[in-house]
Design a protein around this ligand. Sequence first.
Ligand code: ASP
Length: 309
Amino acid sequence: MRPVIVVHGGAWAVPDALAEVSVAGVKAATRAGNVTLMRGGGALDAVEVAVRTMEDDPAFDAGHGAVLNTDGEVELDALIMEGRTLATGAVSSVRNIANPVSLARAVMEKTNHVMLSGKGANLFAESIGVPTLPTHALVCEQERKEWEQYKNYDIGVKELFRAQWAHDTVGAVALDSCGNVASATSTGGIRYKMVGRVGDSPVIGSGGYADNRSGAVSCTGHGESILKVTLARLILSHMDRGKAACEAVERSLRYMGERVQGGGGAVAVAPTGDWTACFTTERMAWAAIHGGILHYGLNPREKFKETLK
Ligand code: ASP
């Protein structure tokens, strides 16, 4: 089995000023995940490493660089899942944690639960020695400015996906040489969200899913729309019925657009190694490594290739 890793940096109208750093960020994350796979690491380790790389990169709305809620605070959501046993861990509305994806993995491996939220997630982090950062340590200067400006605008949240204020949730899916798939998603959510708002990203079946029998998916886009159509499971249900990954994602995103007028994107990989990165928003930075080739893109129907050295 040839390993595959595919990552995304969020589906939205990525402004030109962020285009280069977003593409560089997803390429770096894919390389980091691929190194793990090449050293014999599992798909779960690869998606965690890839997502951590993007959480540490302030270009993305996850970990460092996360967007602010109406109170001007960061509340983070993350999900990780592995396809052999369907083991899953998630955190929602957690504060002052640099790498929520690893906390989600700890929920999966060290508790009897699937999701911990808010204060409970922070208490759990403390109990297992995950360092809590000082308040506002994750906030970037640029986000603070955007937030100040945003406060003056009366824009519906759906409008965000057509505009340049937004979000760049990160996610990754992988298939390892043993045939196991995994998925991880991490986000600060949507700028100016209500305090306590949780989107699709940490919700199993919506923001992501992984099952060795059908494949792995990580989603991005308007969380309230994704939740209504349980986008990750919808995509996998098409793949279960024999659709190629690309067609499964395209159909599901089309359905979400028609049914609830929501935009978004997803990356997916099938147990056969068939993979895709698709979106209905203006742009989505994505990258994939398969068979020694790095594929990447940002604009619709764009697919560049580089041979890995
Ligand atoms: N889906 C995320 C949320 O609604 C946002 C995004 O993907 O950009 O929280």
